[in-house]
Design a protein around this ligand. Sequence first.
Ligand code: TYD
Length: 215
Amino acid sequence: MEYSGKLIVFEGPDGAGKTTQVKLAAERLQRQGYSVVMTREPGGTRLSEVIRQVLLDPGNREMSPVTEALLYAGARSQLVAEVILPALASGKIVLCDRFVDSSLAYQGFGRGLDLEMLRQVNRFALNGLGRFCTIFLDLPPEEGLKRGNKRKRDRLEQEDLAFHRRVWEGYHLLIKEYPERIRVVDASSQPEAVHRQIWKHLSAFLKGSHQGGVF
Ligand code: TYD
């Protein structure tokens, strides 16, 4: 699909600082005159936020891995149709906190679901979405979980360290699989330093010297 806008996704383990970095990037882009839409997954639309509540509620202990994967894909498909594709069509820059790689990492590598099946379901959910760029904030899961200790953990964060290790290793396999789309940034330093690394990749993508890739 061809459009004039650009989609930039921020990925990484829990506690890597994605939310802070999305905000820093959005503010800088806005100062430069870009029209920016900030969103997050799961969520970003009324319906997707309802699905988010179901997914993250620690009370929903009986949820099967396949149900989990389909709910994430459902929330995603609504966000793509309602927010992302219209924004890209009108030339905006969309910054999204997590996207489809989260499903491959958490439901694929974390839960052990079939990767090919997950790819198919998610291609269906993406509805023809074209090239985008993914910035991976790299932080070992031990560090991320430590950073998140101060607040109440959601259903996924309550998984044990072995789960979060599989997720992190999964992300690293995805980086090898999608080298044209995923750019890696060291998330262990101060937010301003992380932002500077992100900005290099982001401006290359906006200028077109980095083309991004499809899912
Ligand atoms: P998020 O809101 O990013 O939580 P945090 O800000 O604490 O990182 O995401 C909520 C949780 O959902 C997070 O633990 C990762 C998980 N997740 C999946 O398992 N699959 C997915 O497809 C997505 C988008 C998120």
